[in-house]
Design a protein around this ligand. Structure first.
Ligand code: TRP
Length: 443
């Protein structure tokens, strides 16, 4: 595979942050938090992110950097042929996630277009009809196809050219806008009800299987670790960078964006009186609240400017994530079959587009695929943490100590990966798998 390197250390962090920050933080956080759990959901999510996903992200980066292979080949390269299956799991899950991720991008793109045309829902009844209208039929299908095509174009442009530039501007701007919106929300009447929903404490929820499952899914999806997306980026990472520091920066940024998005969405639900629409928890939570909130007539032209800028930024954040998912099959095809980048992109794009069609025309299908893919994502993360923590800990230690990070730090990290991450993900996997099984087959 190409031995191209990141333009700068910052370039890698930005690209990795771009991969993490995406629709998971906005759409996903709103969707899962709307299903209940309140403060317990948020706490569990935070604990899983920092205690489980962070060490796993470090391990995934180290696997990429020390093998310099694609996700498909890295596991076998480091631990022998029988681990080759893990590479295939990476491939299946990344293609599976991307297949509906681009559908969600389509919803975002449609909303951006509506914002430009001044056609966002201005009253409650329009807000109720809004999500169903963008998530079905040809609108959704066109959005999906354009989004996967765009993702393909960026990935075909190559590592440095395509990825770094988009993220450098997009992520900080999105962050800034979310802060402004969150501050705006604080001063609106009824906003406190939103905070009460999102942060309200009920210790019983800590043991509620659906809250636990949602926290696991949200943490893994949002950080985006476990299926080789960051591994693919790390294969281009220079030996000099300090992986744990970079991983911590990425995870912190990602979590901050998720929480901020929650601090915009849920106050808005209360401010706009959309409780009954979002009440029982729905995939459309984000799209039922934000477009309407930013189109309030009282906001005037400011609302229009904010809505256009905001949805452009969300779309950019989504592209910097979708390209990391597409990089998994693309780099694997290049690495394994010796294809050139364009051919690999074209084939991957065609496959993803085809697989995404059922999700594009039917939201319920999308919800199910999301459930199954998140379960597989966690399974894959579990196997990856076993591989790096228990099977080849020496390689992990060697890769990490090569750069100026202390032995005790590396030892602590390895210990956490072995004794905290592996048991916790095992537990989480059981809860999530049981939930998914029930949702898919018992309803
Ligand atoms: N983390 C991204 C988001 O929040 C999505 C994503 C990118 C992802 N790469 C991933 C999810 C790898 C799972 C695995 O939108």
């Amino acid at each position: 595979m190409t031995k191209e390197r990141w333009g700068s250390g910052l370039g890698f962090v930005l690209a990795a942050a771009g991969s993490a920050v995406g629709l998971g933080n906005l759409w996903g956080f709103a969707y899962r938090a709307s299903q209940g759990g309140g403060g317990a959901f948020v706490l569990l999510y935070l604990v899983i992110v920092f205690l489980v996903c962070l060490p796993l992200l470090v391990a995934e980066m180290a696997l990429g950097r020390s093998t310099r292979k694609s996700p498909l080949r890295a596991p076998a390269e480091i631990a022998g042929k029988s681990w080759g299956l893990l590479g295939w799991l990476f491939l299946v899950v990344s293609v599976g996630i991307l297949s509906y991720y681009v559908v969600l991008m389509g919803y975002t793109g449609t909303t951006l277009l509506n914002a430009l045309l001044g056609q966002l829902p201005v009253d409650k009844s329009a807000a109720t009809d809004y999500f169903p209208s963008i998530s079905t039929g040809s609108v959704s299908l066109i959005g999906q196809l354009l989004s996967i095509a765009l993702t393909g174009i960026v990935v075909a442009a190559g590592v440095r050219g395509g990825i770094e530039r988009l993220t450098r501007l997009g992520v900080p701007l999105l962050f800034f806008m979310l802060i402004c919106l969150a501050i705006w929300a604080v001063f609106q009447p009824n906003a406190h009800e939103g905070y009460a929903f999102l942060f309200g404490w009920d210790a019983k929820q800590l043991l509620d299987p659906s809250t636990i499952a949602n926290a696991f899914k949200q943490a893994f999806f949002s950080v985006g670790t476990g299926i080789g997306a960051i591994l693919a980026y790390s294969a281009y990472l220079s030996r000099k960078s300090s992986i744990p520091g970079e991983a911590l920066a990425v995870v912190t940024m990602d979590t901050a964006v998720g929480l901020l998005a929650g601090c915009v969405t849920f106050p808005l639900v209360a401010i706009l009186g959309l409780g009954d629409l979002v009440g029982a928890g729905t995939v459309g939570t984000l799209f039922s609240t934000l477009p309407h909130g930013l189109a309030l007539p009282s906001l005037g032209i400011a609302g229009k400017i904010v809505s256009v800028t905001f949805f452009s930024l969300v779309y950019i954040a989504a592209i910097t994530s979708s390209i990391s998912l597409l990089e998994v099959p693309v780099s694997s095809l290049i690495d394994n079959l010796g294809w050139n980048r364009n051919k690999a992109v074209l084939c991957s794009v065609a496959l993803v587009a085809l697989l995404g069609i059922p999700s594009a025309i039917n939201v319920n299908f999308l919800v199910k695929v999301d459930s199954v893919m998140n379960t597989l994502l966690i399974a894959s993360g579990l196997i990856l943490s076993v591989l790096m923590g228990w099977v080849v800990p020496k390689r992990l230690r060697a890769d990490l100590t090569e750069v100026s990070i202390g032995n005790s730090q590396v030892a602590g990290l390895l210990w956490t990966l072995r004794w905290i991450s592996v048991p916790t993900i095992s537990l989480g996997f059981c809860v999530v798998a049981e939930e998914t099984f029930r949702n898919i087959f018992m309803q």
